[in-house]
Design a protein around this ligand. Structure first.
Ligand SMILES: *Cc1c(COP(=O)(O)O)cnc(C)c1O
Length: 374
């Protein structure tokens, strides 16, 4: 049944979550941390003991994501970083990890610090060299991000998987499970910051891991780590996430259409030097994106404006509709001058990262037109 339904249908119905007790067509929010035993000391619901293990609202949100990812098992975490940390914490001392360069800065910073403290050999490689580097070193774990943030580089997931025996972890946040089902392309574990497009309303912090090898040692360790170390999403956040995901396919479709149109407009503008967007044929990530993304190329793009830091900040400051704030994947469009945030990582000072929302495209283009003029 689940394989024949389209993502839009699964999402709209929250994978069938209802409230049998009240007859409600939406699930109830159940915040209890602890669960009853009967007079024989048997649990009233054997799957509900204590909410650090699990909760009904968490299972409902996980069920939606599991079907959308075509996964065997899905686990939610209180943030994207908590999900990434849960994977890396399973590595034994002395292990080797290969991590893509120039990805989400928070990931890079945490992994560098963690690997140093844990005596894990960390190898880094640019997107273009990643497959070759993987083949040379055959590491224990490979972590890639496609499309990458904020360079929008893409990586052929299957080609990386085919290089050896490493556990391949793919951060597919910018694609969402709607545009890329990374497990179908060879990933062992797919990760998303659900804070971004999956929730899409800039009001829930969450992260998610899904796998098709739930009996693997690493996945069992991840599952144990979440339970024992307590990095679990609360019922209210899970409930909000389930609510938000009902419109995920619709939002992603509109964001992708808007981003494509805006990217084409900006690329043709005389005050713009280049646009990084996987949907643009001249972009280095276009070929892999065509292979791995279905129905669009997402809402994230980066613009290189003519001039320097001052010009980029002037343009950013003149935008009225695009809010100046970090993050991405929300219904409202955002811009960020990444160089102001991470000046030490080689981000061009004339780069403006753009998260395109679901507003009307004419209004989005008009805002950039007035900001770029003069
Ligand atoms: C935001 C983000 C993360 C981190 O997720 P949080 O939910 O903020 O912890 C990881 N990877 C990518 C690509 C992101 O955009």
């Amino acid at each position: 049944m689940k394989k024949i339904q389209h993502p839009a249908t699964i999402a709209a119905h929250a994978a069938g979550a209802l409230d049998p007790q009240s007859g409600g067509v939406v699930p109830a929010l159940q915040p209890s941390t602890t669960f009853l035993r009967d007079e024989n000391y048997d649990l009233v619901r054997p799957d509900n003991i204590y909410s650090r293990d699990n909760s009904d609202n968490l299972r409902q949100a996980e069920a939606v994501l599991q079907v959308l990812e075509n996964a065997q098992e899905t686990l939610l975490f209180p943030s994207g970083m908590a999900a990434i940390a849960a994977v890396f914490r399973t590595l034994p001392n002395g292990a080797t990890a290969l991590v893509q360069s120039h990805i989400y800065w928070g990931t890079t910073a945490w992994i560098m610090d963690f690997c140093e403290r844990r005596d894990i050999t960390l190898i880094t490689a640019e997107a273009d060299d990643l497959t070759d580097t993987a083949a040379t070193h055959d590491p224990d774990l490979i972590f890639i991000e496609t499309p990458s943030n904020p360079w929008l580089k893409t990586i052929d997931i299957q080609a990386v998987k085919d290089t050896g025996t490493a556990t391949l972890v793919v951060d597919a946040t910018a694609a969402t499970p709607i545009l890329t089902r990374a497990l179908d392309h060879g990933a062992d574990i797919v990760m998303h910051s659900a804070t971004k497009g999956i929730n899409g309303h800039s009001d829930v912090l969450a992260g998610v891991l899904s796998t098709n090898s739930k009996d693997s040692k690493i996945w069992q360790a991840v599952r144990d780590d979440r339970k024992m170390a307590g990095a679990i999403l609360g019922p209210f956040e899970a409930w909000l996430l389930t609510r938000a995901m009902r419109t995920l396919p619709l939002r992603v479709e509109r964001m992708s259409q808007n981003a494509q149109a805006l990217a084409e407009y900006l690329l043709a503008h005389p005050a713009v030097k280049d646009v990084f967007y996987p949907g643009l044929p001249h972009h280095s990530g276009h070929k892999n994106a065509q292979k791995q993304m279905i129905g669009g190329f997402g809402g994230l793009l980066s613009v290189l404006v003519s001039g320097d830091r001052v010009d980029a900040l002037r343009i950013t400051g003149k935008l009225q509709l695009f809010l100046r704030a970090t993050s991405l994947g929300g219904v409202e469009s955002l811009v960020e001058h990444r160089h102001s945030i991470e000046p030490h990582t080689g981000i061009p000072e004339n780069l403006i990262r753009v998260s395109v929302g679901i507003e009307h495209i004419d209004d989005l283009i008009a805002d950039w037109a007035q900001a770029l003029d003069n």
